[in-house]
Design a binder for this molecule. Sequence first.
Ligand code: SF4
Length: 165
Amino acid sequence: MTLNLPTLWHDALEKVKTWARVNSPWLIHYNSGSCNGCDIEILATLTPRYDAERFGVKLQGSPRHADVLICTGPVTLQSKERLRRIYEQMPEPKFVVAVGSCAISGGVFDGCYNVVGHIDELLPVDMYIPGCPPRPEAILDGLVKLLRSLQDGQIERLETRPLAT
Ligand code: SF4
């Protein structure tokens, strides 16, 4: 019997990478035009009361260190290019979570003169968390479901998908 060592090493390395990714997702948060209601709920989710850190979740400031982009609000004309630039600066594989009705569909801001769309018209969204605003428990639930789908291999994002123009 011959062992294919390169394949074994490759599989082991992939398992370690998935384990690390699932156990320490670093988030970057961007408000592309929300009323701040969703942002307050995200911040509440990250406090010790809801303790997102038990899942390894950590908020940090640089897109270059982030695995997950968590977005709130519709996309306004002013924020569109900034949102795109943040996404492009994140290393692969990267994931996008849309939080709140406005991020998902434009919500109450849909049709406003300064709104150009919602998040998935610009970026590939992996997880939608509905609500106006969603409660911290719902945000945690969405994050855990995202991590579970990464672990199960349901989401694989090894190459950048083309962005909408
Ligand atoms: S979903 Fe509700 S709370 Fe969130 S940004 Fe829109 S209006 Fe504000």
